[in-house]
Design a protein around this ligand. Structure first.
Ligand SMILES: NC(=O)c1ccc[n+]([C@@H]2O[C@H](COP(=O)([O-])OP(=O)(O)OC[C@H]3O[C@@H](n4cnc5c(N)ncnc54)[C@H](OP(=O)(O)O)[C@@H]3O)[C@@H](O)[C@H]2O)c1
Length: 243
């Protein structure tokens, strides 16, 4: 049975991605920074008929938690086929580039940038055991410098000083990682889930978690001829067309 680890999977897009990968026959390690919330999410999925789900306490901003999660997963499987770095925070809005306290920058970058990097490092040995490892980093169109500089883009005026730059950094790291792994079976890609109806957007988003998770899942399931180092998003016109 193939295996997947999803960070921030106790709710929102991560939870729905867990459900979809379970539907595709994966054993899912469901990351949650709060152990109880992770257990509840896993119980919910089991009750819905998906027995192959294991909650894993995983705070991506906490090195000790990442190391413990790596040890816990490693006790159960020698191979990880899919890593979805989904956990993310906005840091709250408004977030003026000049006047927001540096502590907020650090908090957001710890979760959105250093978190995925450290989780990827921690699980790289298990991923290397897979014949077709896939890493999906959940990003945002707000991190695209091209879109941020396009006055016709519908989110052009969303100019937070912290969250968008954190996703820009994640994008740049992902492109570098994909390039480094270009001659290996790894596929390393980015997905913007769209503007999604979750707690993250105070449920103002105009698209569903189902569609968002389908985008993430499709990129996690890319075949050997699939792309790597690309950014996929709703506004591409097709889920698998990079921006
Ligand atoms: N919703 C959108 O419109 C939208 C658009 C573009 C990109 N995204 C990205 O999509 C991803 C998921 O967002 P969502 O909409 O599903 O948000 P959400 O419903 O707020 O869920 C976020 C998840 O991340 C977890 N999380 C936060 N900090 C964490 C940490 N330090 N360690 C581990 N988990 C942590 C949360 O855990 P708790 O429950 O413990 O807080 C929760 O499980 C994020 O990366 C976000 O930036 C979302």
């Amino acid at each position: 049975m193939k295996t997947a680890l999803i960070t921030g999977a106790n709710k929102g897009i991560g939870f729905e991605t867990a459900r979809q990968l379970l539907q595709h026959g994966y054993h899912v390690y469901l990351g949650s920074r709060d152990a109880q919330r992770g257990q509840q999410a896993a119980d919910h999925l089991r009750a819905a008929g998906y027995p192959h789900v294991t909650p894993i306490q995983l705070d991506v901003a906490d090195s000790a938690s990442i190391a413990a999660a790596r040890a816990a997963v490693g006790q159960q499987t020698p191979v990880l086929d899919v890593l979805v770095n989904n956990a993310g925070i906005s840091g709250g809005y408004p977030q003026p580039a000049l006047d927001t306290p540096l502590s907020t920058f650090r908090e957001v970058f710890n979760t959105n940038v250093f978190g995925p990097i450290e989780v990827t490092h921690a699980f790289r040995d298990l991923l290397r055991q897979s014949p077709a490892p896939r890493i999906v980093n959940v990003s945002s169109g707000l991190g695209s410098l091209t879109l941020q500089n396009d006055p016709s883009w519908r989110f052009y005026s969303v100019k937070g000083g912290i969250y968008p730059p954190s996703k820009t950094a994640l994008n740049a790291y992902t492109v570098a990682l994909a390039y480094e792994l270009r001659d290996t079976p790894f596929k390393v890609n980015l997905v913007c889930p769209g503007y999604v109806d979750t707690d993250f957007t105070d449920h103002l988003g105009d698209s569903s978690v189902t569609g968002a998770a389908t985008r993430v899942t499709n990129v996690a399931l890319l075949g050997p001829d699939g792309p790597t180092g690309q950014f996929f998003g709703q506004e591409a016109g097709s889920d698998l067309n990079p921006w």
